[in-house]
Design a protein around this ligand. Structure first.
Ligand SMILES: [Zn+2]
Length: 285
């Protein structure tokens, strides 16, 4: 599943191509979207806003409707100039939105809904901006409150709960735990207040650092850019632990471990030396 920073960058790129411009063509292979378009034609409407909210990407139109897409594992949005060759086959096109300058295509987008703007948050269970790591309204106190309610769960799992902290995906989960020297298998109840505050601040810092303006405003393909959470000391690798099972820890040199964690069976990477449990027991996690 794409991380929040990827959706944020996609929204930013799509926003540049679409906001303030009238739609000239709308097409979709989803009957529910085309039915909405039959009732309230999108052609001629102006795109007011494109934003990422949690893992949803929302495109709002001047007529009061909003297109919400969720990428899950397979979806992506591409931006092309008219006449430019697409990087995916036509058969993968699910949604197409054009204006005078650009052709934007949602390829293999598995979940797409058209809603009235005021229905969105409720209908999609979109997390409030207070717990969205990429929102200016982010409220660490609120996140801390929600996180501490999951006292019996492992922190590595809780970091993925979108109703606790929205926008942290599985890659960042492992990276945040490493950066704060937290054992991902540690129960929330075993974390002191200082560590909880540090985890939340680090989550925000790491995810935000990955949406800095450095990818240019040309065509952005979804997921095309590598995440960076190290400080550039190793140009060959961009992450501290994720995807590095068996390789030496960048801090202590001991092998990074890999294990499946939680009810959703997500993979977790950690260094048992740099990320011991608080009581020193079960150093392997
Ligand atoms: Zn280590």
């Amino acid at each position: 599943m794409p991380e929040g920073d990827t959706i944020f960058r996609t929204a930013r790129a799509l926003g540049r191509a679409l906001i303030g411009k009238p739609v000239t063509t709308f097409r979709s292979t989803y009957p529910l979207l085309t039915r909405f378009d039959d009732d309230t034609p999108l052609t001629g409407q102006v795109v007011d806003q494109v934003e990422s909210r949690g893992k949803w990407l929302l495109i709002s139109f001047s007529g009061g409707g909003a297109l919400a897409t969720h990428m899950l594992m397979s979806g992506s949005w591409h931006i092309y100039r008219h006449g430019e060759r697409w990087q995916q086959p036509r058969a993968n096109m699910r949604i197409l939105l054009e204006n005078a300058e650009y052709v934007t295509v949602g390829f293999r987008v598995p979940v797409a809904k058209m809603l009235r703007a005021h229905e969105l948050e409720r209908a999609l269970r979109i997390p409030p901006t207070a717990i969205d790591v990429l929102s200016d309204d982010f409220d660490a106190t609120e996140v801390s409150k929600r996180l501490l309610k999951c006292r019996d769960e492992e922190i590595g799992d809780v970091l993925l709960h979108q109703e606790v902290i929205a926008g942290v995906g599985n890659v960042f989960k492992s990276e945040i735990c490493f950066a704060t020297a937290t054992n991902p298998f540690c129960a929330v109840s075993a974390l002191n207040a200082e560590r909880v505050a540090n985890l939340i601040a680090t989550a925000r810092k790491l995810v935000k650092a990955n949406v800095l303006e450095d990818s240019g405003d040309a065509i952005v393909s979804y997921g095309g850019r590598q995440r960076r959470t190290t400080h550039g000391s190793d140009p060959g690798g961009s992450l501290w632990v994720y995807g590095r099972g068996g390789e030496p820890c960048r801090r202590c040199g001991k092998p990074i471990r890999r294990r499946i964690q939680g009810p959703d069976a997500r993979v977790t990477f950690w260094c048992p030396v740099c990320q011991p449990k608080p009581d020193g027991s079960e150093i392997d996690g």
